[in-house]
Write a protein that binds this ligand. Structure first.
Ligand SMILES: O=C([O-])CC(=O)C(=O)O
Ligand SMILES: [Mg+2]
Length: 591
Protein backbone atom coordinates (compact mmCIF):
# COMPACT_ATOMS: atom_id res chain seq x y z
CA UNK A 1 0.00 0.00 0.00
CA UNK A 2 3.04 2.27 -0.24
CA UNK A 3 4.03 4.35 -3.21
CA UNK A 4 7.15 6.43 -3.53
CA UNK A 5 6.04 9.85 -4.45
CA UNK A 6 8.23 11.09 -7.27
CA UNK A 7 8.43 14.66 -8.39
CA UNK A 8 9.13 15.13 -12.05
CA UNK A 9 11.20 18.28 -11.85
CA UNK A 10 13.70 17.31 -9.23
CA UNK A 11 13.23 13.61 -9.78
CA UNK A 12 13.75 12.92 -6.10
CA UNK A 13 11.24 11.20 -3.91
CA UNK A 14 9.85 12.31 -0.60
CA UNK A 15 12.09 9.68 0.90
CA UNK A 16 15.09 11.47 -0.50
CA UNK A 17 16.90 13.30 2.28
CA UNK A 18 18.08 16.04 -0.05
CA UNK A 19 16.03 19.21 -0.15
CA UNK A 20 13.63 19.46 -3.04
CA UNK A 21 14.54 21.56 -6.03
CA UNK A 22 12.49 24.30 -7.63
CA UNK A 23 12.76 25.99 -10.98
CA UNK A 24 16.05 27.43 -12.10
CA UNK A 25 19.71 26.77 -11.59
CA UNK A 26 21.69 27.38 -8.51
CA UNK A 27 19.11 26.30 -6.02
CA UNK A 28 20.65 22.93 -5.43
CA UNK A 29 24.07 24.49 -4.78
CA UNK A 30 22.77 26.87 -2.21
CA UNK A 31 20.64 24.43 -0.36
CA UNK A 32 22.79 21.34 -0.70
CA UNK A 33 25.86 23.20 0.40
CA UNK A 34 24.12 24.16 3.59
CA UNK A 35 22.74 20.76 4.44
CA UNK A 36 23.38 19.59 7.93
CA UNK A 37 26.09 16.94 7.96
CA UNK A 38 24.98 13.35 8.38
CA UNK A 39 26.12 13.16 12.00
CA UNK A 40 23.81 16.03 12.78
CA UNK A 41 20.89 14.07 11.46
CA UNK A 42 20.30 12.06 14.60
CA UNK A 43 16.69 12.96 15.12
CA UNK A 44 13.90 11.22 16.94
CA UNK A 45 11.65 11.12 13.92
CA UNK A 46 11.56 8.65 11.09
CA UNK A 47 11.34 9.43 7.37
CA UNK A 48 7.85 8.62 6.25
CA UNK A 49 6.35 7.89 2.91
CA UNK A 50 3.53 10.10 1.79
CA UNK A 51 0.77 8.43 -0.13
CA UNK A 52 -2.97 7.95 0.00
CA UNK A 53 -4.72 9.52 2.95
CA UNK A 54 -1.45 10.72 4.48
CA UNK A 55 -0.58 12.55 1.31
CA UNK A 56 -3.78 14.60 1.62
CA UNK A 57 -2.78 15.40 5.21
CA UNK A 58 0.73 16.50 4.26
CA UNK A 59 0.66 20.27 3.60
CA UNK A 60 4.02 20.23 1.83
CA UNK A 61 2.76 17.86 -0.88
CA UNK A 62 -1.00 18.02 -0.79
CA UNK A 63 -2.64 19.46 -3.90
CA UNK A 64 -6.24 18.65 -2.98
CA UNK A 65 -8.51 18.55 -5.99
CA UNK A 66 -5.60 19.40 -8.25
CA UNK A 67 -4.22 15.83 -8.14
CA UNK A 68 -4.49 14.54 -11.71
CA UNK A 69 -6.18 11.27 -12.67
CA UNK A 70 -2.77 9.64 -13.07
CA UNK A 71 -1.57 10.89 -9.72
CA UNK A 72 -4.75 9.68 -8.06
CA UNK A 73 -4.06 6.21 -9.46
CA UNK A 74 -0.38 6.17 -8.67
CA UNK A 75 -0.64 7.46 -5.11
CA UNK A 76 -3.67 5.60 -3.75
CA UNK A 77 -5.95 8.61 -3.82
CA UNK A 78 -8.87 7.02 -5.70
CA UNK A 79 -12.09 7.56 -3.81
CA UNK A 80 -10.47 9.85 -1.28
CA UNK A 81 -11.28 12.87 -3.42
CA UNK A 82 -14.44 13.89 -5.27
CA UNK A 83 -14.19 13.29 -9.03
CA UNK A 84 -13.53 16.84 -10.22
CA UNK A 85 -9.95 17.77 -11.07
CA UNK A 86 -9.24 21.49 -10.65
CA UNK A 87 -6.25 23.48 -11.82
CA UNK A 88 -4.24 25.40 -9.23
CA UNK A 89 -5.56 28.61 -10.81
CA UNK A 90 -9.15 27.51 -10.29
CA UNK A 91 -8.41 26.52 -6.70
CA UNK A 92 -6.89 29.94 -6.20
CA UNK A 93 -9.95 31.66 -7.64
CA UNK A 94 -12.26 29.64 -5.39
CA UNK A 95 -10.24 30.36 -2.26
CA UNK A 96 -9.98 34.06 -2.97
CA UNK A 97 -13.76 34.12 -3.30
CA UNK A 98 -14.08 32.35 0.05
CA UNK A 99 -11.67 34.67 1.79
CA UNK A 100 -13.37 37.78 0.43
CA UNK A 101 -16.64 36.60 1.94
CA UNK A 102 -15.31 36.96 5.47
CA UNK A 103 -15.96 40.40 6.85
CA UNK A 104 -13.61 40.31 9.81
CA UNK A 105 -9.89 40.48 9.07
CA UNK A 106 -9.24 37.91 11.83
CA UNK A 107 -11.47 35.39 10.05
CA UNK A 108 -9.55 35.97 6.83
CA UNK A 109 -6.34 35.43 8.81
CA UNK A 110 -7.64 32.16 10.22
CA UNK A 111 -8.72 30.99 6.78
CA UNK A 112 -5.23 31.72 5.46
CA UNK A 113 -3.53 29.91 8.35
CA UNK A 114 -5.82 26.97 7.83
CA UNK A 115 -4.85 26.91 4.16
CA UNK A 116 -1.16 26.98 5.05
CA UNK A 117 -1.67 23.95 7.27
CA UNK A 118 -3.56 22.13 4.52
CA UNK A 119 -1.84 23.05 1.27
CA UNK A 120 1.34 25.09 1.56
CA UNK A 121 1.90 25.75 -2.12
CA UNK A 122 -1.62 27.01 -2.64
CA UNK A 123 -1.19 29.29 0.40
CA UNK A 124 1.94 30.83 -1.11
CA UNK A 125 0.38 31.08 -4.56
CA UNK A 126 -2.50 33.09 -3.10
CA UNK A 127 -0.18 35.30 -1.10
CA UNK A 128 2.20 36.00 -3.99
CA UNK A 129 -0.49 36.60 -6.61
CA UNK A 130 -2.65 38.78 -4.32
CA UNK A 131 0.03 40.39 -2.23
CA UNK A 132 -1.52 43.85 -1.83
CA UNK A 133 -4.80 42.33 -0.67
CA UNK A 134 -3.44 39.57 1.56
CA UNK A 135 -0.42 41.23 3.15
CA UNK A 136 -2.61 43.10 5.68
CA UNK A 137 -4.32 39.77 6.41
CA UNK A 138 -1.37 37.51 7.20
CA UNK A 139 0.82 40.36 8.45
CA UNK A 140 0.43 43.83 9.95
CA UNK A 141 -2.13 44.92 11.13
CA UNK A 142 -4.18 41.69 11.45
CA UNK A 143 -1.31 39.65 12.84
CA UNK A 144 -1.39 41.98 15.86
CA UNK A 145 -4.97 41.02 16.65
CA UNK A 146 -4.12 37.39 15.97
CA UNK A 147 -1.36 37.55 18.59
CA UNK A 148 -3.73 39.11 21.10
CA UNK A 149 -6.07 36.15 20.56
CA UNK A 150 -3.45 33.55 19.72
CA UNK A 151 -4.41 31.31 22.61
CA UNK A 152 -7.92 30.78 21.32
CA UNK A 153 -7.00 30.44 17.64
CA UNK A 154 -4.07 28.08 18.29
CA UNK A 155 -4.64 24.83 16.42
CA UNK A 156 -1.33 23.23 15.60
CA UNK A 157 2.24 24.30 16.28
CA UNK A 158 3.56 26.49 13.50
CA UNK A 159 6.98 26.82 15.06
CA UNK A 160 9.01 25.87 18.12
CA UNK A 161 8.24 26.98 21.67
CA UNK A 162 11.33 27.15 23.83
CA UNK A 163 10.52 27.99 27.43
CA UNK A 164 12.40 27.98 30.71
CA UNK A 165 11.17 24.38 31.07
CA UNK A 166 13.43 23.45 28.16
CA UNK A 167 16.55 24.86 29.83
CA UNK A 168 19.41 22.43 29.34
CA UNK A 169 17.57 20.67 26.51
CA UNK A 170 17.40 23.27 23.76
CA UNK A 171 19.50 21.27 21.31
CA UNK A 172 17.12 18.34 21.70
CA UNK A 173 14.15 20.65 21.20
CA UNK A 174 15.63 21.96 17.94
CA UNK A 175 15.97 18.37 16.77
CA UNK A 176 12.27 17.78 17.32
CA UNK A 177 11.52 20.12 14.44
CA UNK A 178 10.77 17.99 11.37
CA UNK A 179 12.96 19.96 8.95
CA UNK A 180 16.71 19.83 9.29
CA UNK A 181 18.02 22.25 6.65
CA UNK A 182 17.16 25.60 8.19
CA UNK A 183 18.23 28.86 6.55
CA UNK A 184 16.28 31.49 8.47
CA UNK A 185 15.01 31.59 12.04
CA UNK A 186 12.79 34.43 13.24
CA UNK A 187 12.75 34.48 17.03
CA UNK A 188 10.83 36.59 19.52
CA UNK A 189 10.49 36.56 23.28
CA UNK A 190 7.11 38.26 22.94
CA UNK A 191 7.95 41.19 25.20
CA UNK A 192 7.20 44.00 22.71
CA UNK A 193 4.85 42.71 20.05
CA UNK A 194 4.40 45.57 17.54
CA UNK A 195 3.13 48.50 19.62
CA UNK A 196 0.92 46.14 21.63
CA UNK A 197 3.34 45.34 24.43
CA UNK A 198 4.04 42.09 26.23
CA UNK A 199 2.02 39.23 24.75
CA UNK A 200 4.22 36.44 26.11
CA UNK A 201 4.15 33.21 24.15
CA UNK A 202 1.27 34.52 22.04
CA UNK A 203 3.88 36.54 20.18
CA UNK A 204 4.38 33.40 18.04
CA UNK A 205 2.13 34.98 15.40
CA UNK A 206 4.95 37.41 14.59
CA UNK A 207 7.72 34.91 13.66
CA UNK A 208 5.13 32.88 11.74
CA UNK A 209 3.96 35.97 9.80
CA UNK A 210 7.48 37.25 9.16
CA UNK A 211 8.59 33.89 7.79
CA UNK A 212 5.55 33.61 5.54
CA UNK A 213 6.82 36.86 4.03
CA UNK A 214 10.35 35.51 3.77
CA UNK A 215 8.93 32.94 1.40
CA UNK A 216 6.23 34.91 -0.39
CA UNK A 217 8.11 38.20 -0.76
CA UNK A 218 11.72 37.04 -0.65
CA UNK A 219 11.62 33.57 -2.21
CA UNK A 220 13.20 31.67 0.71
CA UNK A 221 11.98 28.06 0.64
CA UNK A 222 9.32 27.44 3.30
CA UNK A 223 10.90 24.23 4.54
CA UNK A 224 14.05 26.16 5.47
CA UNK A 225 12.23 28.70 7.66
CA UNK A 226 11.79 28.17 11.39
CA UNK A 227 9.62 30.37 13.66
CA UNK A 228 10.65 30.30 17.32
CA UNK A 229 9.17 31.82 20.46
CA UNK A 230 11.21 31.95 23.60
CA UNK A 231 9.00 31.94 26.66
CA UNK A 232 10.57 33.31 29.82
CA UNK A 233 7.20 34.28 31.30
CA UNK A 234 5.13 37.41 30.84
CA UNK A 235 4.43 40.54 32.84
CA UNK A 236 1.02 40.90 31.22
CA UNK A 237 -1.41 40.58 34.14
CA UNK A 238 -4.34 39.80 31.90
CA UNK A 239 -2.53 36.80 30.43
CA UNK A 240 -1.27 35.66 33.82
CA UNK A 241 -4.85 35.64 35.06
CA UNK A 242 -6.27 33.93 31.97
CA UNK A 243 -6.98 30.26 32.63
CA UNK A 244 -6.59 29.54 28.92
CA UNK A 245 -3.23 31.31 28.49
CA UNK A 246 -0.92 29.00 26.49
CA UNK A 247 2.40 30.25 27.88
CA UNK A 248 4.37 29.96 31.10
CA UNK A 249 2.36 31.44 33.95
CA UNK A 250 5.08 33.34 35.73
CA UNK A 251 6.59 36.78 35.61
CA UNK A 252 9.41 37.30 33.14
CA UNK A 253 12.82 35.95 34.02
CA UNK A 254 15.43 38.68 33.75
CA UNK A 255 19.17 39.16 34.20
CA UNK A 256 21.35 36.06 34.34
CA UNK A 257 18.47 33.60 34.05
CA UNK A 258 17.28 35.29 30.85
CA UNK A 259 20.70 35.68 29.30
CA UNK A 260 21.72 32.10 30.15
CA UNK A 261 18.69 30.76 28.29
CA UNK A 262 19.42 32.98 25.31
CA UNK A 263 23.04 31.86 25.34
CA UNK A 264 22.03 28.21 25.34
CA UNK A 265 19.65 28.92 22.46
CA UNK A 266 22.21 30.76 20.34
CA UNK A 267 24.82 28.06 20.92
CA UNK A 268 22.39 25.27 20.10
CA UNK A 269 21.29 26.96 16.88
CA UNK A 270 24.84 27.27 15.64
CA UNK A 271 25.65 23.73 16.66
CA UNK A 272 22.59 22.29 14.96
CA UNK A 273 22.40 24.38 11.80
CA UNK A 274 25.91 25.73 11.30
CA UNK A 275 27.09 29.33 11.13
CA UNK A 276 25.20 30.33 7.99
CA UNK A 277 21.73 30.16 9.51
CA UNK A 278 20.26 33.64 9.80
CA UNK A 279 18.73 34.49 13.18
CA UNK A 280 16.34 37.42 12.99
CA UNK A 281 15.47 38.97 16.35
CA UNK A 282 11.95 40.31 16.34
CA UNK A 283 9.94 42.34 18.82
CA UNK A 284 12.23 42.04 21.83
CA UNK A 285 11.95 44.89 24.32
CA UNK A 286 14.52 47.69 24.07
CA UNK A 287 16.36 46.62 27.23
CA UNK A 288 17.33 43.29 25.62
CA UNK A 289 17.27 44.04 21.88
CA UNK A 290 20.38 46.22 21.71
CA UNK A 291 22.36 43.98 24.01
CA UNK A 292 21.51 40.78 22.14
CA UNK A 293 22.40 42.35 18.81
CA UNK A 294 25.72 43.67 20.11
CA UNK A 295 26.53 40.41 21.89
CA UNK A 296 25.81 38.02 19.04
CA UNK A 297 26.58 40.30 16.09
CA UNK A 298 30.24 39.26 16.17
CA UNK A 299 29.73 35.50 16.56
CA UNK A 300 26.52 34.71 14.68
CA UNK A 301 24.63 35.76 11.55
CA UNK A 302 22.08 37.92 13.35
CA UNK A 303 19.80 40.71 12.24
CA UNK A 304 17.42 42.76 14.37
CA UNK A 305 14.47 43.64 12.18
CA UNK A 306 13.15 46.39 14.45
CA UNK A 307 16.50 48.17 14.71
CA UNK A 308 18.10 47.39 11.35
CA UNK A 309 15.25 46.39 9.02
CA UNK A 310 13.14 49.39 9.95
CA UNK A 311 16.18 51.66 9.62
CA UNK A 312 16.89 50.37 6.13
CA UNK A 313 13.32 50.79 4.89
CA UNK A 314 13.05 54.32 6.28
CA UNK A 315 16.39 55.37 4.82
CA UNK A 316 15.19 54.09 1.43
CA UNK A 317 12.05 56.23 1.70
CA UNK A 318 14.09 59.28 2.69
CA UNK A 319 16.48 58.83 -0.21
CA UNK A 320 13.54 58.42 -2.59
CA UNK A 321 11.75 61.45 -1.13
CA UNK A 322 14.66 63.70 -2.10
CA UNK A 323 13.33 63.47 -5.67
CA UNK A 324 10.22 65.27 -4.41
CA UNK A 325 11.87 67.52 -1.84
CA UNK A 326 15.13 68.35 -3.57
CA UNK A 327 18.52 68.69 -1.90
CA UNK A 328 20.48 65.97 -0.20
CA UNK A 329 19.98 64.12 3.08
CA UNK A 330 22.36 66.44 4.90
CA UNK A 331 20.12 69.43 4.05
CA UNK A 332 17.42 67.96 6.27
CA UNK A 333 16.70 68.08 9.98
CA UNK A 334 15.12 65.01 11.52
CA UNK A 335 12.97 64.77 14.62
CA UNK A 336 11.87 61.44 16.08
CA UNK A 337 9.14 60.72 18.56
CA UNK A 338 10.35 57.53 20.23
CA UNK A 339 13.96 56.73 21.10
CA UNK A 340 13.86 52.93 21.23
CA UNK A 341 14.95 50.29 18.74
CA UNK A 342 13.36 51.78 15.65
CA UNK A 343 14.03 55.44 16.49
CA UNK A 344 17.70 55.12 17.37
CA UNK A 345 18.26 52.45 14.69
CA UNK A 346 16.91 54.72 11.94
CA UNK A 347 18.72 57.76 13.34
CA UNK A 348 22.04 55.92 13.33
CA UNK A 349 21.64 54.65 9.76
CA UNK A 350 20.75 58.13 8.49
CA UNK A 351 23.81 59.53 10.25
CA UNK A 352 25.97 56.76 8.76
CA UNK A 353 24.70 57.40 5.23
CA UNK A 354 25.28 61.16 5.52
CA UNK A 355 28.74 60.65 6.96
CA UNK A 356 29.63 58.36 4.03
CA UNK A 357 28.20 60.80 1.49
CA UNK A 358 29.89 63.85 2.98
CA UNK A 359 32.98 62.11 4.35
CA UNK A 360 32.15 63.70 7.68
CA UNK A 361 32.61 62.21 11.16
CA UNK A 362 29.56 60.39 12.54
CA UNK A 363 29.50 62.63 15.64
CA UNK A 364 28.99 65.63 13.34
CA UNK A 365 26.27 64.09 11.17
CA UNK A 366 24.31 62.99 14.24
CA UNK A 367 23.81 66.62 15.19
CA UNK A 368 20.97 67.20 12.72
CA UNK A 369 19.01 64.33 14.19
CA UNK A 370 16.91 64.90 17.33
CA UNK A 371 14.92 62.48 19.41
CA UNK A 372 12.01 62.99 21.77
CA UNK A 373 11.18 60.32 24.36
CA UNK A 374 8.52 60.17 27.04
CA UNK A 375 10.34 62.88 29.01
CA UNK A 376 10.69 65.34 26.13
CA UNK A 377 13.54 66.33 23.84
CA UNK A 378 16.73 64.39 24.56
CA UNK A 379 19.33 67.00 25.41
CA UNK A 380 22.83 66.97 26.90
CA UNK A 381 21.70 68.05 30.36
CA UNK A 382 19.92 64.68 30.66
CA UNK A 383 22.94 62.66 29.60
CA UNK A 384 23.69 60.99 32.92
CA UNK A 385 20.25 59.47 33.34
CA UNK A 386 19.93 58.22 29.75
CA UNK A 387 20.04 54.61 28.57
CA UNK A 388 23.21 53.96 26.55
CA UNK A 389 21.45 53.83 23.17
CA UNK A 390 20.04 57.34 23.66
CA UNK A 391 23.30 59.00 24.66
CA UNK A 392 24.63 59.74 21.15
CA UNK A 393 21.51 61.86 20.54
CA UNK A 394 21.81 64.10 23.61
CA UNK A 395 22.78 67.36 21.87
CA UNK A 396 23.11 70.86 23.32
CA UNK A 397 19.69 72.49 23.57
CA UNK A 398 17.22 73.96 26.00
CA UNK A 399 14.89 71.25 27.32
CA UNK A 400 11.53 70.89 25.51
CA UNK A 401 8.85 69.09 27.48
CA UNK A 402 6.52 68.16 24.63
CA UNK A 403 6.71 67.07 21.01
CA UNK A 404 4.96 70.25 19.93
CA UNK A 405 7.52 72.42 21.73
CA UNK A 406 10.31 70.39 20.11
CA UNK A 407 8.82 70.75 16.59
CA UNK A 408 8.60 74.51 17.08
CA UNK A 409 12.12 74.79 18.47
CA UNK A 410 13.99 72.37 16.18
CA UNK A 411 11.97 73.08 13.01
CA UNK A 412 12.51 69.61 11.52
CA UNK A 413 11.88 68.94 7.84
CA UNK A 414 11.20 65.27 8.60
CA UNK A 415 9.07 64.00 11.51
CA UNK A 416 9.24 60.28 12.32
CA UNK A 417 7.06 58.46 14.85
CA UNK A 418 8.47 55.28 16.41
CA UNK A 419 7.03 55.49 19.90
CA UNK A 420 4.58 52.60 19.70
CA UNK A 421 1.95 54.98 21.05
CA UNK A 422 -0.91 56.02 18.81
CA UNK A 423 -2.27 59.48 17.97
CA UNK A 424 0.76 61.46 19.13
CA UNK A 425 0.99 63.50 15.92
CA UNK A 426 -1.88 65.76 16.87
CA UNK A 427 -3.36 68.46 14.66
CA UNK A 428 -1.14 71.03 16.41
CA UNK A 429 2.00 69.02 15.78
CA UNK A 430 1.23 68.39 12.12
CA UNK A 431 0.22 72.02 11.57
CA UNK A 432 3.46 73.15 13.16
CA UNK A 433 5.33 70.94 10.66
CA UNK A 434 3.30 72.47 7.81
CA UNK A 435 3.98 76.00 9.07
CA UNK A 436 7.70 75.82 8.39
CA UNK A 437 7.85 73.29 5.53
CA UNK A 438 6.41 73.53 2.06
CA UNK A 439 6.34 69.73 1.90
CA UNK A 440 6.61 68.25 5.39
CA UNK A 441 7.71 64.63 5.39
CA UNK A 442 5.75 62.73 8.02
CA UNK A 443 6.28 59.09 8.90
CA UNK A 444 3.90 57.48 11.40
CA UNK A 445 5.64 54.18 11.83
CA UNK A 446 4.14 52.56 14.92
CA UNK A 447 2.13 49.39 14.42
CA UNK A 448 -0.55 48.16 14.14
CA UNK A 449 -2.94 50.77 12.76
CA UNK A 450 -4.32 51.61 16.22
CA UNK A 451 -0.82 52.69 17.31
CA UNK A 452 -0.05 54.86 14.26
CA UNK A 453 0.98 58.39 15.33
CA UNK A 454 -1.59 59.80 12.87
CA UNK A 455 -3.63 58.53 9.94
CA UNK A 456 -2.91 59.21 6.28
CA UNK A 457 -6.08 61.28 6.05
CA UNK A 458 -5.07 63.43 9.01
CA UNK A 459 -1.60 64.05 7.57
CA UNK A 460 -2.98 65.17 4.20
CA UNK A 461 -5.90 67.16 5.61
CA UNK A 462 -3.96 69.02 8.30
CA UNK A 463 -1.29 70.05 5.76
CA UNK A 464 -3.77 70.94 2.99
CA UNK A 465 -2.40 68.11 0.88
CA UNK A 466 1.23 69.22 1.18
CA UNK A 467 2.54 66.34 3.30
CA UNK A 468 4.54 63.42 2.01
CA UNK A 469 3.27 60.64 4.20
CA UNK A 470 4.30 57.09 4.99
CA UNK A 471 3.25 54.74 7.78
CA UNK A 472 4.20 51.37 9.22
CA UNK A 473 0.72 49.88 8.83
CA UNK A 474 -1.17 50.21 5.56
CA UNK A 475 -3.60 53.08 4.91
CA UNK A 476 -5.93 53.34 1.93
CA UNK A 477 -5.39 56.12 -0.63
CA UNK A 478 -6.95 59.43 0.33
CA UNK A 479 -8.89 61.93 -1.82
CA UNK A 480 -8.27 65.50 -0.72
CA UNK A 481 -9.23 68.65 -2.59
CA UNK A 482 -9.84 66.64 -5.76
CA UNK A 483 -6.40 65.03 -5.56
CA UNK A 484 -5.56 61.36 -5.10
CA UNK A 485 -2.84 60.60 -2.53
CA UNK A 486 -1.22 57.18 -2.18
CA UNK A 487 0.46 56.83 1.24
CA UNK A 488 3.63 54.76 1.45
CA UNK A 489 3.98 51.81 3.78
CA UNK A 490 7.36 52.22 5.42
CA UNK A 491 7.33 48.72 6.84
CA UNK A 492 10.40 46.53 7.23
CA UNK A 493 8.53 43.95 5.12
CA UNK A 494 10.12 45.66 2.11
CA UNK A 495 13.57 44.89 3.40
CA UNK A 496 13.94 41.75 5.52
CA UNK A 497 12.79 39.16 2.94
CA UNK A 498 15.23 40.35 0.26
CA UNK A 499 17.91 41.19 2.80
CA UNK A 500 17.80 37.71 4.33
CA UNK A 501 17.67 36.10 0.91
CA UNK A 502 20.81 38.00 -0.09
CA UNK A 503 22.58 36.62 2.99
CA UNK A 504 21.38 33.09 2.22
CA UNK A 505 22.36 33.02 -1.45
CA UNK A 506 25.82 34.42 -0.75
CA UNK A 507 26.38 32.16 2.26
CA UNK A 508 27.13 35.24 4.36
CA UNK A 509 28.38 34.63 7.88
CA UNK A 510 27.90 38.12 9.38
CA UNK A 511 25.65 41.13 8.90
CA UNK A 512 27.42 44.45 8.28
CA UNK A 513 25.89 47.95 8.38
CA UNK A 514 27.00 48.54 4.78
CA UNK A 515 24.60 45.76 3.78
CA UNK A 516 21.74 47.79 5.28
CA UNK A 517 22.79 50.78 3.20
CA UNK A 518 23.01 48.51 0.14
CA UNK A 519 19.46 47.28 0.78
CA UNK A 520 18.14 50.85 1.15
CA UNK A 521 19.81 51.89 -2.06
CA UNK A 522 18.29 48.94 -3.95
CA UNK A 523 14.80 49.70 -2.61
CA UNK A 524 15.02 53.43 -3.34
CA UNK A 525 16.20 52.53 -6.86
CA UNK A 526 12.90 50.76 -7.50
CA UNK A 527 10.80 53.92 -7.12
CA UNK A 528 9.98 55.26 -10.60
CA UNK A 529 8.75 58.60 -11.94
CA UNK A 530 5.27 57.14 -12.19
CA UNK A 531 5.35 56.54 -8.41
CA UNK A 532 6.75 60.00 -7.66
CA UNK A 533 3.95 61.54 -9.72
CA UNK A 534 1.50 60.04 -7.22
CA UNK A 535 3.52 61.33 -4.26
CA UNK A 536 4.79 57.80 -3.50
CA UNK A 537 8.20 57.23 -1.95
CA UNK A 538 7.94 53.41 -1.96
CA UNK A 539 7.12 51.17 -4.90
CA UNK A 540 3.90 49.15 -4.61
CA UNK A 541 4.12 45.69 -3.06
CA UNK A 542 2.83 44.14 -6.29
CA UNK A 543 6.38 44.04 -7.63
CA UNK A 544 7.92 42.91 -4.37
CA UNK A 545 9.60 39.77 -5.74
CA UNK A 546 11.48 41.81 -8.32
CA UNK A 547 12.33 44.36 -5.64
CA UNK A 548 13.52 41.60 -3.30
CA UNK A 549 15.75 40.16 -6.03
CA UNK A 550 17.43 43.58 -6.37
CA UNK A 551 17.79 43.95 -2.62
CA UNK A 552 19.16 40.40 -2.30
CA UNK A 553 21.63 41.05 -5.12
CA UNK A 554 22.88 44.31 -3.57
CA UNK A 555 23.22 42.71 -0.14
CA UNK A 556 24.99 39.65 -1.57
CA UNK A 557 27.33 41.92 -3.57
CA UNK A 558 28.24 43.73 -0.38
CA UNK A 559 28.82 40.41 1.40
CA UNK A 560 31.25 39.42 -1.37
CA UNK A 561 32.97 42.82 -1.35
CA UNK A 562 33.45 42.65 2.41
CA UNK A 563 34.78 39.10 2.31
CA UNK A 564 31.82 37.84 4.34
CA UNK A 565 30.34 35.55 1.67
CA UNK A 566 31.23 31.85 1.65
CA UNK A 567 29.38 30.73 -1.48
CA UNK A 568 32.07 30.71 -4.13
CA UNK A 569 32.53 31.47 -6.93
CA UNK A 570 30.62 34.74 -6.90
CA UNK A 571 27.82 34.55 -9.49
CA UNK A 572 28.37 36.98 -12.38
CA UNK A 573 24.84 38.38 -12.40
CA UNK A 574 23.53 38.46 -8.85
CA UNK A 575 20.03 39.72 -9.72
CA UNK A 576 19.52 36.83 -12.16
CA UNK A 577 21.03 34.45 -9.68
CA UNK A 578 18.72 35.64 -6.89
CA UNK A 579 15.71 35.27 -9.18
CA UNK A 580 16.75 31.77 -10.17
CA UNK A 581 17.00 30.70 -6.53
CA UNK A 582 13.56 31.92 -5.53
CA UNK A 583 10.95 29.44 -4.38
CA UNK A 584 7.97 29.28 -6.71
CA UNK A 585 4.67 27.97 -5.39
CA UNK A 586 3.37 26.27 -8.52
CA UNK A 587 2.47 22.61 -8.05
CA UNK A 588 4.95 20.01 -9.14
CA UNK A 589 3.78 16.91 -10.92
CA UNK A 590 4.31 13.63 -9.19
CA UNK A 591 5.19 10.60 -11.19
O1 LIG B 1 5.81 43.85 12.11
C1 LIG B 1 5.70 44.98 11.58
O2 LIG B 1 4.74 45.33 10.91
C2 LIG B 1 6.85 45.94 11.68
C3 LIG B 1 7.63 45.66 12.88
O3 LIG B 1 8.62 44.94 12.86
C4 LIG B 1 7.12 46.14 14.17
O4 LIG B 1 6.24 46.99 14.21
O5 LIG B 1 7.62 45.65 15.18
MG1 LIG C 1 8.95 43.98 14.70
Amino acid sequence: MESFLKEQRGGESVLDLSPRSTVGGGVEDVYCEDRASEDQLVTPWAVSVSSGYNLLRDPHHNKGLAFTEKERDAHYLRGLLPPAVLSQELQEKKLMQNIRQYELPLHKYMAMMELEERNERLFYKLLIDNVEELLPVVYTPTVGEACQKYGSIFRRPQGLYISLKEKGKILEVLRNWPERSIQVIVVTDGERILGLGDLGTQGMGIPVGKLALYTALGGVRPSTCLPITIDVGTNNEQLLNDEFYIGLKQRRATGKEYYDLLEEFMTAVKQNYGEKVLIQFEDFANHNAFELLAKYGTTHLVFNDDIQGTASVVLAGLVASLKLLGGSLSDHTFLFLGAGEAGTGIAELIALEISKQNKAPLEETRKKIWLVDSKGLIVSTRKESLQHFKKPWAHEHEPCKTLLEAVKAIKPTVLIGTSGVGKQFTKDVVEAMAAHNEKPLIMALSNPTSQAECTAEEAYTWTQGRAIFASGSPFDPVEFDGKHFVPGQANNAYIFPGFGFGLVISGAIRVHDDMLLAASEALAGQVTQEHYDKGMIYPPFTNIRKISAHIAANVAAKAYDLGLATRLPRPADLVKYAESCMFTPNYRSYR
